[in-house]
Design a binder for this molecule. Structure first.
Ligand SMILES: Nc1nc2c(c(=O)[nH]1)N[C@H]1C(S)=C(S)[C@@H](COP(=O)(O)OP(=O)(O)OC[C@H]3O[C@@H](n4cnc5c(=O)[nH]c(N)nc54)[C@H](O)[C@@H]3O)O[C@H]1N2
Ligand SMILES: Nc1nc2c(c(=O)[nH]1)N[C@H]1C(S)=C(S)[C@@H](COP(=O)(O)OP(=O)(O)OC[C@H]3O[C@@H](n4cnc5c(=O)[nH]c(N)nc54)[C@H](O)[C@@H]3O)O[C@H]1N2
Ligand code: SF4
Ligand SMILES: [Mo]
Length: 710
């Protein structure tokens, strides 16, 4: 028996782990590594269930091929030959755009997978899809319309205020702005150092428990809240005038357009007190000097996501909450050496206006990606460019994309469905080929993802592979799959701009060496010194340079955003809708829980014991109004379908708002026992109605529903 250091990759937390390996070469147990400098012993139930994840009976151990309605084992090279032959036929008949490559959150567990899959798509000329466009695509739209600041926002560490809207890092262990490794500890430290916290969320979440001001709004009213905050700031003269003068265009248009959003109007729409909105604006803009706005999925999944996201970020902009010339970046970068940026904005690129639109619904492409909400239609709509082949890595879109009835129908209509996936899932059930990868402690990796998001210190962690794949298995290296398909298609796979040698199969180590080659520390040194995690304190600081003469400007109120704000102002808002006793008087929001990650980890022992199904949570008064008691079996009904559930009272929810965890259920059309598998809230959401115009993002939060006795 031996104990080795590594890190968990089941979510973005990348918690440092002590892994106990038995004499049989299998992982016996894991526990949080207290010596890890950033995660300091933190680990959740999913991560601690690693032996179950690796050796449980839902893991796939050999490549599979569909024959009739059964999956049978197939050798990997044979599978790759057959897949490539089919891909070639599709390309020859209909062009490369008829092949789609989909990347999901599972690839966050492998740097090789997350970057090689889109590169395979690029090399072949296929369409790229990912979960970003059913998650936080509004962030990409906002960058494109507002502009960016290369030096970054004022970092979380050292700030005296932060506003979090629709983000609950204490459970999701994810934030774009707050270091979310061991999130409770990070938050408590910041609070102890004097940080004030404003939380905008329909539920009194784990995060809201720490808030100085909690704006408990109706879902879908973020645009009103953000417009109202801006209104108060501008009306009171609390904006950073020098910053606006130097770096912002459109402040007067912004002032004019948010004028209707007085505190009283916002209070009425969002169901909050006007005084709380004013207090939040004051706390953010004048009582604090440093700190910014951070949004999560709550904002970007509700109605008007592009508008809401734009306005929240614009609030940070008019208050000038960015790093300025002379200030040091929080992290000079270990795996990527940061170059000193100039103070100043890069004006809106509006790339989505230039990229060719999708042939269905005219949806825009963002960052070169097609919009996932249109994937089913791309498959089902006849014509040139129809998607006929779908190659998926680390995703379970048959369950995770809303309106799964339509998605499953589309997947059944494909000529080729390939899934790279360690576990049986709704999507593998439909696949022609399933290629199971090495997973978790079976492969080497780096904590690169942290450096790209919210890590504010020069930390990195390397793990070698700790255990061999289980005996008798045939598991693939994810990079090898991408390389081997590229080779068979006669194209060159690249990785971070480096063309791979197409005569010699690359190892994971080759990929990781390329990844680390742009860093401040050599890959060899990282491998030698950063097992278990290391903070590279000695790296020289990178400071922001003075502004350039011809710098760009943020655009806080371009015409299209103004038009959206006006049409938003015309909507009745959630509050009147809730008051009216319509068919669907309640608004459903998502609810992440520690036991599962989207559709993943449901089958682990921890989830089966602690959260085998997903109850519908409602304020006790709403339960009573629906004629239900705690534990009653019921239906949750929307205009798109109905699903079984069990009622659970929860006073942390705003009355009128209900919540249910996504990712549960089983393949559409199959019988299942709700108490054993839960049910899928995807079925309640429409891909056709209530979508954001540009990128077809469906309304996934604030979904109108009712609860009815069963
Ligand atoms: N345990 C676990 N961890 C996860 C995941 C998981 O499923 N389980 N998923 C991972 C993924 S893919 C992602 S993208 C991240 C997401 O990470 P987060 O964005 O932090 O996701 P949530 O924890 O769902 O927090 C969203 C919050 O938005 C609130 N909300 C809902 N509707 C609205 C609204 O209209 N307005 C506002 N202001 N708030 C609203 C919800 O009540 C909730 O508290 O988490 C990741 N981490
Ligand atoms: N109604 C509703 N729907 C939602 C959401 C919501 O809040 N409400 N959240 C949405 C969000 S934010 C997202 S990001 C999507 C997520 O959509 P998906 O990414 O499709 O869902 P996951 O369950 O995260 O799927 C990850 C898959 O990767 C597999 N996997 C794990 N590790 C590895 C690995 O190392 N390699 C490979 N190849 N595979 C691996 C897992 O077994 C799992 O099947 O769901 C979205 N769906
Ligand atoms: S799943 Fe849990 S243990 Fe693993 S990285 Fe995420 S928070 Fe950490
Ligand atoms: Mo996500």
């Amino acid at each position: 028996m031996r104990v080795e250091k590594s890190f968990c990759r089941l979510c973005f937390g990348f918690c440092g782990m002590d892994v106990t390996i038995g004499d049989d070469g299998r992982v016996q147990s894991v526990r949080g590594d207290h010596a890890n400098p950033v995660t300091q012993g933190y680990a959740c139930v999913k991560g601690l269930d690693a032996p179950e994840a690796l050796y449980g009976d839902t893991r796939i151990m050999r490549p599979l091929k569909r024959v009739g309605d059964k999956h049978v084992p197939i050798g990997i090279e044979q599978a790759l030959d057959e897949i490539a032959a089919k891909m070639k036929t599709i390309v020859a008949e209909d062009g490369a755009q008829s092949l789609a490559f989909f990347r999901g959150t599972g690839t966050f567990g492998s740097n090789v997978a997350i970057f090689s899959w889109p590169n395979l798509a690029e090399a072949i000329g296929g369409q790229r899809f990912s979960t970003m466009t059913i998650d936080q695509s509004a962030k990409w739209v906002t960058q494109d319309r507002l502009g960016t600041w290369p030096a970054g926002k004022q970092p979380f560490l050292g700030s005296d205020v932060y506003l979090f809207a629709g983000s609950n890092p204490l459970v999701s262990v994810f934030s774009w702005d707050m270091p979310s490794q061991n999130p409770q500890k990070k938050l408590k430290q910041a609070r102890a150092a004097g940080m004030k916290l404003i939380v905008v969320d329909p539920r009194k979440t784990e995060m809201a428990q720490f808030a100085d001001i909690h704006l408990q709004i109706y879902p879908g009213e973020d645009a009103a809240v953000a417009a109202g905050l801006i209104h108060v700031v501008l009306a009171s003269g609390w904006e950073d005038k020098a910053f606006c003068e130097a770096h912002v265009a459109g402040v007067e248009a912004l002032r004019r357009e948010v004028a209707p959003f007085t505190p009283e109007v916002v209070a009425q729409r969002a169901g909050i007190a006007a005084a709380d909105l004013i207090a939040a604006a004051r706390l953010f803009a004048v009582e604090s000097r440093r700190g910014s706005v951070s949004t999560g999925t709550g904002v970007d999944m509700a109605a008007f996501p592009n508008l809401a996201e734009h306005l929240y970020q614009a609030l940070g902009v008019i208050c000038g909450r960015f790093l300025r010339a002379g200030e040091a970046l929080p992290n000079p970068g270990v795996l990527v050496a940061r170059q000193p940026p100039h103070e100043g904005a890069i004006g809106p690129a509006r790339g989505f206006e230039k990229a060719p639109r999708s042939r269905v619904r005219g949806a825009v492409r963002l960052m070169g990606e097609s919009a996932t909400p249109t994937l089913a239609e791309e498959i089902l709509t006849p014509g040139k460019g129809r998607v006929r082949g779908l190659l998926i890595s680390g995703a379970n879109p048959a369950s995770a994309i809303p309106d799964s009835r339509k998605v499953v129908e589309a997947f059944r209509a494909l000529d080729l469905l390939v899934v790279v996936e360690p576990f049986h899932s709704e999507t593998t059930r439909l696949a022609d080929y399933v290629l199971p990868p090495k997973f978790l402690y079976e492969h080497a990796d780096l904590t690169f993802g942290l450096e790209m998001s919210n890590l504010e210190i020069p930390y990195t962690c390397y793990t070698p592979p700790l255990v061999d794949p289980p005996e008798g298995s045939e598991l693939v290296d994810e990079g090898y799959v991408a390389w081997a398909l590229a080779k068979r298609m006669g194209v060159t796979l690249s990785y971070f701009g480096v063309d791979l040698d197409m005569d010699r199969p690359p190892s994971d180590d080759d990929f990781l060496a390329i990844l680390a080659s742009r860093g401040n520390v050599s890959y060899d040194e990282i491998k030698r010194t950063a097992v278990g995690g290391k903070v590279f304190d000695g790296l020289p600081q990178v400071r922001v340079l003075p502004p350039l003469e011809d710098r760009g400007r943020f655009e806080v109120m371009p015409d299209d955003v103004a038009a959206e704000l006006r049409s938003f102002a015309d909507t009745r808002g959630a509050a009147p809708t809730l008051a009216a006793d319509g068919d669907f008087p309640l608004r459903m929001i998502a609810r992440r829980i520690r036991e599962v990650s989207n559709t993943s980890c449901r089958t682990f022992k921890s989830a089966r014991e602690r959260a085998p199904y997903n109850p519908i949570c409602a304020h006790p008064d709403d339960l009573a109004r629906s004629g239900l008691r705690e534990g009653d079996e019921c239906w949750v009904v929307s205009d798109n379908g109905r699903i079984p559930a069990i009622a659970k009272g929860d006073a942390t929810l705003k009355p009128g708002v209900v919540s249910m965890t996504h990712g549960y259920g089983w393949l559409v059309g199959e019988d299942f026992d709700y108490r054993d598998k839960g049910s899928s809230i995807s079925l309640l959401i429409s891909l056709d109605r209530d979508c954001e115009q540009l990128q077809a993002m469906p309304r996934m939060s604030g979904v109108p529903v009712r609860i009815a006795a069963r």
